[in-house]
Write a protein that binds this ligand. Structure first.
Ligand code: SAH
Length: 257
């Protein structure tokens, strides 16, 4: 890639990070849902070694930190997110228990069987659900847990418009029973699966974006990238409203056999 192309790419990347930095979550979720997923894990009283992969600015990591003891490592590809992540935990004096690391989920540096729990909300799609649960398994102790949230179909058939949108955005989107099958095949007991309630999208994801969008567009008035990006986000929210009975986010919780 030419230097010129690279800088344009980096600018886009910075812009998108700035947009998402201003809101608490970078994917659909809520504190209640993180707590609910945690409630299926029967070893919480111990001092756990936890990894939160694709942690973003750490919205869900904060809930994990409050409800568990032990050490959490948050990993994200974007250093701007990790800067905010570190600030959030420093402010609460939790920096000794919660560490933010810039890194990629396809190149994790944990030791074999080092972790008691792998957490990942709205992020595993970056390498694909099946690849992620298979590759990350070696870092878990036997009896350790994996808990990931992932876009999933609720029905076997759906309208063409939304089918096309998702097959383009994330071809690995699938029905819940197939994802559970992949988890079983990868060497986990599927402990629990639940659908995230609608407010994870509306109240916690799209509503904060709607107020951030106006500010963002004002700041970057005339910037094509910023305008295209906001248009895309708005379209995604409209599609969700129109087709939410066909898809959503689902939490998958497994225990390593
Ligand atoms: N877990 C957070 C963020 C979800 S958005 C939440 O639920 O709010 C997806 C996150 O994955 C983003 O923060 C993005 O920066 C991160 N990401 C994308 N590709 C990645 C990769 N290869 N390795 C690690 N993180 C990645």
């Amino acid at each position: 890639m030419s230097e010129e192309g690279k800088s344009i790419h980096e600018f886009d990347f910075k812009l998108i990070c700035e947009y998402f930095s201003s809101i608490e979550r970078q994917g659909p979720g809520s504190p209640e849902v993180t707590a609910k997923a945690l409630s299926f894990i029967d070893t919480l009283k111990k001092e756990l070694r936890i990894a939160d992969i694709g942690c973003g600015t750490g919205g869900q990591t904060m809930v994990l930190a409050n409800l568990t003891s032990g050490h959490i490592t948050g990993i994200d590809l974007f250093d701007d997110f990790i800067d905010i992540f570190r600030d959030n935990f420093r402010k609460r004096d939790l920096q000794d228990r919660v560490e933010g690391v810039v890194g990629s989920m396809d190149n994790l540096v944990f030791q074999k069987e080092e972790l008691d729990m792998i957490w990942s909300e709205g992020a595993i799609y970056n390498i694909g659900f099946e690849r992620g649960i298979n590759e990350w398994r070696k870092f878990l102790k036997t009896g350790g847990f994996i808990a990931v949230s992932e876009a999933s179909w609720f029905t076997e058939k759906r309208p063409v418009e939304i089918d096309r949108f998702w097959k383009d955005a994330y071809p690995e989107i699938d029905i819940i029973s197939n994802k559970v099958g992949q988890m079983q095949k990868a060497g986990y007991i599927p402990i629990a699966t639940f659908v995230l309630p609608e407010n994870c999208w509306t109240e916690h994801f799209y509503a904060p974006q709607a107020s951030a969008q106006d500010k963002f567009l004002k700041k970057y008035a005339g910037n094509q990238t910023a305008e295209d990006f906001v248009r895309n986000q708005r379209r995604e929210a409209e599609l969700y409203n129109k087709y939410k009975e066909y898809y959503g986010y689902v939490f998958y919780i497994g225990k390593k056999i």
